[in-house]
Structure formats: C-alpha cells, structure tokens
Design a protein around this ligand. Structure first.
Ligand code: NDP
Length: 342
C-alpha cells in the first residue's frame, strides 16, 4: 500500500481516533481526518504530539455525519477509510434517534461517498454492543457469529451500533456496491488505556467515578475491556491484512468484574489518598435502586451476567496481540491524573 495516498479517519477528535492517527503517522501513512468542527483541530494536533508523533503532515477537513457537505472533498484521492465517528454520550438520550440517526445514516453516508470516490476498503469501528447486547441470560463465550438482540432493552447506544453495523454490511453485500468495495468491522468492548487530552470521554467516566469515590460501591457487573492502543493497532491491521476482508473482529483483552477494577485501583492509588469503594452492592439492592435511578436501570439486565468475548479470530487473522485488562485500567487512571482531570 502506498504510504502517500491519505487514509481518511472519521471523527478525528475522538479517544480511539487520536490513538489511531498517532499510530498511522508512526507507520509513515499520510492521514486526513474529519472533524465536525475545525475549531478542534489545534487540540487534536496537540494530543497527537503528546502521544509522541509529529502531526504536521496530517490534514483535517470538516464533515458531519448528519450532512452531505464536506464528504466528497474529504474522500478525494482516498483508498482507505477508517470510519470511527459515532455518537457515544454518557447519558441515555430522550430520543433514541439522536444516536441511531447519525450512527446508521452517517455510516451509510460515509459508505456511499466512499464508494463514489472509488475507495477500496472501509474499516468500520463497531462494538461488542453490536455482538452481545440483549443476550444477558446467556453465560457463555460470544464470537463474531453473534449479534445483539435489538428487540430486548439494550439502550439507545447499543441499538445504534448494532443497526449501523447491520446497515453497513447490507450496503457492502447489496447491489449498490458496484465496485465491490471491501469492509472490515472491528468490535471492541469497553475501551480503556491512556486518554490523550483533557476531554475525557464516556470511556473514562467509570474509572474517574471510582477514583473520586463518587459511588458507594460497585454493582455485580462484568466488563470486557481493551486498551485503546491495542484497538488502534487492530484497526490498522484491519486495513492492511488482505484476508480480513468481509469479516468482523472482536478485540477484547479479557473480562473484569467491577469489583476487581475497584480493588485494582485501590491497591495502586489508596496510598496516594484516593478512596475507592470496597462495597459490592448486592444485586437485589441494585434492582431496587433501578426503580428510581435511570442510569442504574440501564445496567440492571447485565447484573450477575457472566460472559466472555472470544478474540481468537483477531489473534489468528490480524495477528492481534494485546495488553492485559489490568494494564488498560491502570494506564487510564494514570493518564487521568497526568492530564489533571481528577
Ligand atoms: P469519542 O466520544 O471520544 O469519539 C466519538 C467521535 O465521533 C468524536 O470525534 C465525535 O466528534 C464524533 N462524532 C459524534 N457525532 C458525530 C457526528 N454527528 N458527525 C461527525 N462526527 C461525530 O468516543 P470513542 O473514541 O470512544 O469512540 C469512537 C468509536 O468507537 C465510536 O464509533 C464508538 O461507538 C466506538 N466504540 C467505543 C468504545 C469505547 O468504550 N470507547 C467501545 C466500542 C466501540 P466531536 O468531537 O465533534 O463530538
């Protein structure tokens, strides 16, 4: 692959995108990133520098998932698109379409403009939210053959990711894809690891809340996690590895119960004065709280759910290796302190 044809990264201001851009630059790729607002350009360049890469060669252009404007120009002379942009808010929206529309219509918009521009391959950053959500009674290992059940109460975000990935594959396998444009999906679980700037995102909220002792205890919930640096590597391998075409890849470093995350943080940071909760909230208590608290209500179906995500396919085809979940947790905590977010 020529290192001169730019790789288009959508949503260049995001947590995962900034790490991906830094790794692309490190490998000598030319990078073009889309931003909803170019007002964020200076901050994105600064974050890339903080990750040890020179952002001078990267170009940033304006494009919004909800509008056609800017995409044709963004895709000029581009052969590979890393589609990472998608709304990932902290709170459940009043109207689920606030997430579903930009996720689904935005993905189709990017695919249509990419197809028109003669793009060869799109890497779609999906999620385990498109794989295992809504299967909460099934204590088993999930693989890429699984899809989330949108008919169950899975929340607007998981629904948006599931419907967006489904729509993307339908486009790729449909008549509209006359050029046989290729697609690979990367499905990370909860992404931790170092935050590159002060804009902590939804991913860092859990670690921040635990470190600040803003919760009385942890619910009995299992989280599959992965380090952002390993997600970026997987995204780049997905664009480079020929046999990845047409496949989705779960990329999980492993699972931790929330209490294990809290215990890990306490062992490391209690000596620095952080008061991380010890209590594991019994699930029947969490169920009662959920009647009054919308946020707790969202996670109620995942209480006591014991599951695993298999990353075997990524290990075999993408030759993907990863840091431990513990390393991802601690790297995020350390970076939040370094950035002065705590
Ligand atoms: P961030 O919130 O940090 O990044 C989201 C990016 O999407 C931002 O650049 C944001 O731009 C952009 N975006 C949102 N809405 C629009 C829109 N209407 N038009 C254009 N851009 C838009 O999240 P992450 O980096 O964590 O997430 C990136 C991707 O990874 C998402 O697709 C997410 O679903 C997926 N993912 C994330 C996981 C995680 O735990 N972090 C887990 C699994 C998947 P702006 O800065 O302007 O808001």
């Amino acid at each position: 692959m020529s290192t001169q044809t730019p790789i288009l990264v959508t949503g260049a201001s995001g947590f995962i995108a900034i790490h991906t851009i830094a790794q692309l630059l490190q490998k000598g790729y030319a990078v073009r990133g889309t931003l909803r607002s170019l007002a964020k350009e200076a901050e994105v360049r600064e974050a890339i520098s903080r990750l040890g890469q020179d952002p001078a060669s990267a170009l940033f252009v304006s494009a919004n998932l909800n509008q056609d404007a800017g995409w044709r120009e963004a895709l000029e002379n581009v052969a590979t698109v890393l589609h990472i942009a998608s709304p990932f808010p902290l709170d459940e929206p009043e109207d689920e379409d606030e997430l579903i529309k930009p996720a689904v219509e935005g993905t189709l918009r990017v695919l249509r403009f990419a197809h028109e521009a003669g793009v060869k391959r799109v890497v779609q950053v999906s999620s385990n939210a498109a794989v295992s959500a809504g299967h909460t009674a099934e204590n088993r290992t999930f693989t890429e053959a699984d899809w989330s059940i949108v008919e169950n109460k899975i929340g607007a975000y998981s629904k948006s990711k599931t419907l967006a990935e489904r729509a993307a594959w339908e486009f790729i396998h449909g008549a509209e894809n006359k050029n046989k444009m290729e697609m690979v999906a990367i499905n990370p679980p909860f992404v931790l690891g170092p935050v590159p700037n002060k804009n902590y995102n939804t991913s860092s909220e859990l670690i921040r809340t635990l470190l600040l002792g803003q919760t009385p205890g942890t619910a009995r919930i299992k989280m599959a996690v992965v380090d952002v640096r390993d997600v970026a590597t997987a995204i780049i391998s997905a664009m480079e590895v020929e046999e990845a075409n047409g496949k989705r890849f779960l990329v999980s470093a492993g699972e931790l119960w929330l209490k294990e995350i809290a215990d890990l943080l306490r062992a490391q940071y209690a000596p620095r004065g952080y008061k991380i909760p010890r209590l594991q909230i019994p699930s029947f208590v969490a169920r009662i709280v959920a009647r009054f608290d919308k946020k707790v209500a969202l996670i109620i179906n995942t209480l006591d759910w014991d599951y695993r995500l298999s990353s075997e396919q990524a290990e075999q085809i993408l030759k993907w290796t990863h840091r431990t979940p513990q390393e991802a947790v601690l790297a995020m905590a350390e970076s939040l302190m370094e950035q002065g977010i705590l």
